[in-house]
Design a protein around this ligand. Structure first.
Ligand code: PLP
Length: 493
């Protein structure tokens, strides 16, 4: 299947590209993104035929339906990485918490956040493509905390790939920072930046579009790629687990095949819920996709009004930092799918030049056929974490935002799946503040210990051992020195 560009073609790039081309060089004409030319139709028996299938078999069949230009053996090798999750037969377990409420726990991979669900297999496929083409790639990642560890983990010691990961010094949790700075991979470089996440992200964007930087890389025979969710190679793996949710509900006798369900997704860059949207378009029986946000509620505004307006908005730092975002990249793919290339280019250019775009009423209604949205603040999150643990279920602050949507947005009495995107261990000080109903400044180590002893929560070894690990990457640099540091890392390796 071929891939095309959301903002049309500039006459320089190819009109259509293969899956492997779209993931190796993910930037499309006019700043757009790659999308599949058509979405596969899985046929009406797909669910029935997969009730007895494993996660890996389900994933294989969905990837094959996209007719991607990756050999079966490479696909299988990538999917085998799910064997390293807590339960190799069930990488994202679906757990019942109330009669009509289930949680798809997406954090059972090596770095304890949902990013592993896609980045683990994606890293394997990207590196094997690079080897096959005999090309070397530099992957740049800027992270507020979850993408960094997951990207490092998947590319660690992979051939033909180097990774440079920028994080805001002081802006991540201790666990997230240690996951990055203790990583021993030979092909990895982690740089702390004096500044916030926006500074790291802006530095990355300017490098990605800098010709002189690209020329420096070319001298070393290196191309640039990206591992964030603008890369369709991540999105494709984020379609699968929504089908898994549905299959698990059938297996657990919560629904019968054919019944509709609600899916609630805590959203930032809109990649996770985009996967759900594609799943619905491919035949999954979804009543509505419920988008949960924190106080950075730009997605709520967009879905409720059709207007995306960031003119007077400043990013707020919340207790669900992975959802702190103003410009959400993947809404572009939904706009493309609903309204086509010409309209996408118009709206996205408005957003770039005026910091606002406005959809028509008809367009807004069309969007609302698929999505409803709401947001919550940190105190709602704290109360929710406490209430749920009082009933025996421990969740992280990102997952807690889903409960607002579950309570507010459902018009029908249907089974609902919320997505749990991080384990409590990644945000333990916030979780302990919620459980103890205080605002003491805990450090991660102390909060992890208290929660695991007092509330009998399992502390995975991978987290425990971080506090005794050697710090490999101790460099914290000024924004102006990022390029210099990257070039010297590349020359050395
Ligand atoms: C990345 C992330 C999100 C947001 O996912 P998007 O696909 O960017 O919408 C939510 N929660 C956690 C914990 C994350 O790491």
């Amino acid at each position: 299947m071929s891939f095309i560009e959301t903002r049309g073609n500039d006459g320089v790039k190819a009109n259509e590209v293969s899956f492997s081309e779209a993931i190796l060089s993910p930037s499309a004409s006019f700043g757009g993104l790659y999308v599949p030319k058509d979405l596969p139709d899985l046929g009406k028996d797909f669910i029935q035929n997969h009730i007895d299938k494993s996660y890996k078999e389900l994933a294989f069949d969905i990837l094959k339906a996209f007719k991607i230009d990756i050999e079966d053996s490479e696909i299988k090798k990538a999917l085998d990485l799910y064997d390293n999750f807590d339960d190799k037969n069930n990488p994202s377990p679906v757990v019942k918490v109330k009669d009509d409420l289930y949680v798809n726990e997406q954090y059972h991979g090596p770095t304890r956040a949902f990013k592993d669900m896609a980045l683990q297999p994606f890293g394997s496929i990207l590196s094997s493509l690079a080897q096959k083409k005999n090309e070397n790639y530099l992957i740049l990642a800027a992270t507020s905390g979850d993408t960094g560890p997951a990207a490092l983990s998947t590319f660690r010691n992979k051939k033909n790939i180097q990774v440079v990961c920028l994080y805001p010094d002081g802006g991540t949790s201790d666990v997230q920072r240690l996951q990055m700075v203790c990583d021993k991979g030979e092909n990895l470089k982690v740089l702390g930046i004096e500044g916030n996440f926006d500074d790291a992200q802006n530095a990355l964007k300017s490098l990605l579009s800098s010709n002189s930087f690209k020329q420096e890389l070319e001298k070393e025979n290196i191309k640039l790629s990206a591992a964030n969710s603008v890369n369709f190679g991540r999105i494709i793996f984020q379609i699968i687990y929504h089908f898994w949710s549905y299959l698990e509900l059938i297996r657990q006798n919560a629904i019968k095949n054919g019944e509709k369900i609600y899916l609630v997704v805590p959203s930032g860059n809109f990649g996770n819920v985009l996967g759900a949207y594609y799943a619905q378009k491919m035949g999954l029986n979804v009543e509505k996709l419920l988008v949960a946000s924190n106080e950075n509620n730009i997605l709520t505004e967009w879905i409720n009004t059709g207007i995306y307006d960031i003119r007077d908005k400043n990013l707020k730092l919340t207790k669900s930092p992975a959802m702190d975002i103003l410009k959400s990249s993947n809404i572009e793919r939904v706009i493309y799918d609903l309204f086509g290339v010409k309209r996408t280019k118009e709206l996205m250019e408005d957003l770039n030049s005026k910091n606002i775009f406005t959809m028509s009423q008809d367009e807004t209604k069309e969007l609302q056929k698929y999505f409803s949205a709401t947001f919550s603040n940190d105190s709602f999150g704290n109360q929710t974490i406490k209430d749920f643990l009082d009933n025996g279920y421990l969740m992280d602050p990102h997952t807690a935002t889903c409960i607002k949507a579950y309570k507010e947005l459902r018009d029908k009495d249907l089974i609902t799946v919320i997505y749990s995107t991080a384990e409590w261990t990644k945000f333990s000080p916030t979780v302990l503040n919620a459980l103890n109903q205080n605002s003491i400044k805990y450090v991660d180590k102390e909060a992890l210990e208290e929660i695991s002893t007092k509330f009998n929560a399992i502390l995975p070894n991978s987290i425990k051992k971080l506090f005794n690990s050697e710090v490999i990457h101790d460099l914290v640099i000024k924004k102006d020195n990022i390029e210099k540091n990257i070039i010297s890392f590349i020359r050395k390796s």
